[in-house]
Design a protein around this ligand. Structure first.
Ligand SMILES: [Zn+2]
Length: 118
């Protein structure tokens, strides 16, 4: 059952309103993480329109998106690689309409996507 809930929620916390107040309240300073932007649909499900990750500072990256979506979900990771792999996982699972291209590998790394190995 826990597993089911985890999959349904993409393993992220939220949704929260995509506002400066909510971001300040929920996120930690200077910490990597993965985020999804979207909205709650008429069935009460979170519909993901965009997925991304931040290798250093999820908080400031998310703030740059204010105004582009109604809500966000996120998860902090201690490690940049985990944030990237989570981004890839969500990209393949949900194919968000705002993500035209596959997530790009963080600069200076040779990490591959856990789903398609590219
Ligand atoms: Zn991939």
């Amino acid at each position: 059952m826990m597993q089911q809930q985890e999959l349904a929620g993409a393993g992220l916390r939220g949704p929260f309103p995509l506002s400066s107040d909510a971001i300040e309240e929920e996120l930690v300073e200077r910490c990597p993480g993965t985020y999804a932007l979207g909205f709650v649909d008429h069935l009460g499900r979170f519909a993901i329109s965009y997925v991304g990750s931040a290798g250093e500072d999820l908080k400031s990256k998310l703030k740059a998106h204010i105004g582009t979506a109604a809500q966000f979900k996120f998860r902090h990771f201690a490690d940049e690689r985990q944030a990237y792999e989570k981004e890839c996982e969500i990209f393949h699972k949900f194919m968000p309409s705002g993500n035209i291209l596959h997530p790009s590998r963080p600069r200076g790394t040779d990490w591959t996507c856990p789903k398609c190995r590219r």
